[in-house]
Ligand binder design. Structure first.
Ligand SMILES: NC(=O)c1ccc[n+]([C@@H]2O[C@H](COP(=O)([O-])OP(=O)(O)OC[C@H]3O[C@@H](n4cnc5c(N)ncnc54)[C@H](O)[C@@H]3O)[C@@H](O)[C@H]2O)c1
Length: 269
């Protein structure tokens, strides 16, 4: 199986690349900047998500895509629009034209960030984006649904919490995912024989999770990492952070607090 990974020079891709060794025959790495230290099974194809021709070259002969590329945090609308709206559309369209069978889309918790922390939500509730960035991730989930229904691609959108070796603060005790667990979800997207289109939460086995991840479990997800194993360090780090009266109410944290000029009572009720 030949897999294309976009955003290959980025933080998440850099954590995932060593874990892909031995899993797939070839991993095509794509980004607008070159990733470091290519392994024997890796090949770099420079591609800007705004450029359909370079995306076509990256998709050539590929069976499945891990789409990590794009703007990974809040920015002005023009930046989000170019990388995550037009760029995401271009990626799915290049995949369809090249006959790629599967796309795993790196969505984000910020698509649902304005749900209060007291709520437990699944994937059937309406999106509540907390940022332009979150809107673009909800858009990507819709594009994935469309390409699955209309053109028969198999698509998994993973609403990633926060990826890394350990949860860094109190919020991350709820939303953290270890990179090995993220890889397990990505493998479901690339390999599950009955996948059509699904949205799952990219979260480890966290007691404090706000999310009902039964769709992922139904697809065979069995996370190995538990945020609670790191609780002391995470809460010690939290104690050094200033309180955030708005961000601390909502699942999206600081993304919700930024620019907030709404009615806190209505938004949080
Ligand atoms: N890091 C997390 O914990 C986290 C959480 C939720 C979702 N995500 C999502 O996962 C993905 C990877 O996140 P990351 O933390 O590695 O981000 P990152 O910023 O480190 O990497 C993103 C990569 O995309 C590339 N890129 C940006 N715009 C591009 C364009 N127009 N054309 C081609 N390449 C472009 C950048 O060069 C960069 O290497 C992103 O889609 C992000 O939204 C990450």
């Amino acid at each position: 199986m030949r897999v294309l990974m976009t955003g290959a020079a980025g933080g998440v891709a850099t954590m995932l690349r060593p874990l892909l060794v031995g899993l797939y025959d070839e991993v095509v790495l794509s980004d607008r900047r070159a990733p470091e230290g290519l392994a024997a099974h890796e090949r770099f194809v420079a591609a800007d998500l705004g450029d359909p021709d370079s995306l076509a070259a990256a998709c050539d002969g590929v069976d499945g895509i891990i789409h990590l590329g794009g703007q990974a945090y809040e920015a002005e609308w023009e930046v989000i629009h170019s990388a995550n709206i037009t760029g995401c559309w271009n990626l799915f369209e290049a995949a369809r034209q090249a006959g790629v069978e599967r796309v795993v889309f790196a969505s984000s918790n910020h698509a649902i960030g304005f749900y209060p922390r007291r709520d437990r939500i699944g994937v059937d509730e309406p999106v509540r984006p907390d940022s332009r960035y979150g809107i673009s991730k909800a858009f990507g989930e819709a594009v994935g649904s469309f390409y699955a229904d209309k053109f028969g691609l198999r698509v998994l959108s993973i609403r990633i919490g926060n990826v890394g070796p350990v949860p860094l603060d109190k919020r991350r005790l709820s939303i953290w995912i270890h990179q090995e667990d993220l890889l397990s979800l990505i493998r479901i997207g690339l390999e599950h024989p009955e996948l059509h289109n699904a949205i799952v939460y990219g979260v480890s086995q966290n007691e404090r999770s706000w999310w009902d991840n039964r769709t992922a479990y139904r697809l065979g997800y069995a996370p190995r990492h538990r945020a609670e194993d790191h609780v002391d360090a995470a809460l010690a780090a939290q104690a050094k952070l200033p309180p955030d009266p708005i961000g601390d109410l909502f699942q999206g944290g600081t993304f919700c607090a930024a620019e907030f000029a709404g009615d806190l009572k209505r938004t949080s009720s």
